[in-house]
Each structure stands twice: as C-alpha cells, then as structure tokens.
Design a protein around this ligand. Structure first.
Ligand SMILES: [Zn+2]
Ligand SMILES: [Zn+2]
Ligand SMILES: [Zn+2]
Ligand SMILES: [Zn+2]
Length: 279
C-alpha cells in the first residue's frame, strides 16, 4: 500500500463509516485458480491464502463498481441526482477501491442535492488524489469556486449545523440544555467502583526491599465502592441534557434554507412527533 491508498476520507458525512471509504488507483485482477493440490505447494498456498481471498473478493466486485459508476453517471446525465447519490453511496460502502474519477462525480451530485459540505469533502479528496492530472481537474476547480457561496451561508446561519442540516429544539430538554435526568455515571445505581483500589478494597505498594505490601483502601473503607460523585447517590443528575449534549438543539434530516420560516412552529412540530409516536 502506498500513501495514497492508505488515505481515508474525512468521516464528516452522514451514514457512511469512514473505514469503508478507501481510494485506490490500483486495478485488481483475478488470479488463476489453483488447479492441482500438491503437498509441496501447501506451504506456499497457506502463505498466500489471504491474498488469494482478497483477489477473489475484489475481482468481481471491481467489475460491479465500474458498472455501478456508469449507472450513476447515466443517472446524473438524466438529472436523477437522488438515484446517482444512492449508487455512489453503494460504491463507497462496498469497501472496494474507488475509481479515481468517482469522487468528482459524487461531489457534483452532492452539490446538485444541496449537500454542500459533503460535496466539498469529496471534491477535496478528488483533488488530493489526482492533483493536476485528474481528468476533471478544471471542472473540479470550477465546482470548488461554486461551493464557496453556499458554504459561507451555512457558516453564517445559526439555524443549521455545520453540514447545513436544519437544527430543531431538543425534545428532551425543550431547549433548556441543563436538566434533571437519570445519572449517566452510575447507571442508576447510586454507586461507582473505587478508582484508588480499582474496586478491590486493598491497595498494593512496594516497600524499600521491593516487596509488595497490601493496605486497606482508606478511600472506600475497603468496600471497593463509593457513593456516585455525580449524583451523590440520588441517581438523578443535574447537568447537560444527554439527548442534545447540552446544546439544546438536535440535527434534523432536512437541509436548511437559512430562513427562519420552516413552515412549522415549534409547538406544531412537537404535536406532530407525538402523533407519530402514538401510531
Ligand atoms: Zn450517579
Ligand atoms: Zn478503594
Ligand atoms: Zn436536550
Ligand atoms: Zn441554515
């Protein structure tokens, strides 16, 4: 593996674990299947077994990737960007090396869908991987320029998160940020293990003769347990809301239009969500 192949995408975008996104220019080919089974070959076969497995998996998948990519580009040409998005995501999640031009097409699709931050990530990846020699270098630079305005709008808007998704008031704390809630440290037991003795009730020390001596743990009075310091045994803590991590807001799956009018008032959106739960 060279440096380029090792690089991973920034895990900023939703739904795709970063470890699934590997880029590679290298093309895999199926190796000839092993015909006979000779004892002399056994050791050699064993040592190459994992390599064979890799080739066997990557071989057919790479053909699939090329096909999926062509379908995605076709969908883009027809203006079906949602379809193209789904196909590109399939490629990213398939865990096989991604064709070098793919990040450009994906970035363009994401731009068309208003996912500007994701688009920027893929565009950067494309430029990092291909540099000047990318087939779509000029178009990539042009897209980078076009992204500047919507990205700065996201940055300045207080109604959306940094990816441009609309924020809503947290329904657990109703935007209060700090609330009384179940203690997250002691898991509703009111007690935690003593950290000084690691819950054992005794501590060990080496004396000057390098011999281990045991002492009763004074901190927990040899019980190995302490009253939960966060809730002081009440099992209830007063702190940052666990749902929204104390921000008072949660991200929705809707892209923000950067205007205050989202068609629903706050109380309406609460009622809607209750109706959904009630069903
Ligand atoms: Zn507690
Ligand atoms: Zn202790
Ligand atoms: Zn909250
Ligand atoms: Zn916004």
């Amino acid at each position: 593996m060279n440096q380029k192949q090792k690089r991973r995408l920034h895990p900023q975008f939703k739904g795709i674990p970063s470890e699934h996104i590997a880029f590679s220019k290298k093309k895999y080919q199926m190796k000839q299947p092993i015909q006979g089974f000779r004892p002399k070959m056994l050791l050699l076969m064993l040592s190459f077994f994992s390599v064979q497995l890799l080739y066997a998996q990557a071989g057919p998948n790479l053909g699939t990737t090329a096909r999926t990519m062509n379908q995605a580009i076709q969908a883009m040409e027809e203006g079906k960007f949602e379809t193209a998005n789904g196909l590109f995501r399939q490629i990213v999640q398939s865990n096989v090396p991604i064709p070098p031009e793919m990040p450009f097409f994906f970035a363009k699709t994401l731009y068309e869908l208003g996912q500007y931050s994701n688009s920027e990530n893929f565009l950067q990846k494309y430029l990092d991987l291909n540099g000047f020699s990318g087939e779509h270098y000029q178009q990539a630079k042009a897209l980078q320029e076009k992204l500047k305005i919507p990205l700065s709008q996201i940055k300045e808007c207080s109604l959306c998160d940094r990816l441009g998704y609309r924020l809503h008031t947290c329904e657990t704390c109703l935007g209060e940020r700090v609330i009384e809630q179940d203690c997250g440290l002691c898991k509703l037991t009111g007690i935690v293990g003593c950290s000084r003795c690691a819950g054992k009730g005794v501590v060990t020390k080496k004396n000057v003769f390098n011999i281990v001596e045991y002492y009763d743990c004074e901190r927990c009075e040899t019980t190995g347990r302490l009253t939960c310091p966060r809730c002081e045994g009440t099992k209830v803590e007063h702190g940052d809301c666990n749902t929204c991590k104390g921000t008072g807001q949660i991200t929705s799956s809707n892209l923000c239009d950067h205007t205050k009018n989202d068609g629903l008032t706050y109380s309406q959106s609460i009622r809607t969500s209750f109706r959904i739960i009630g069903h």
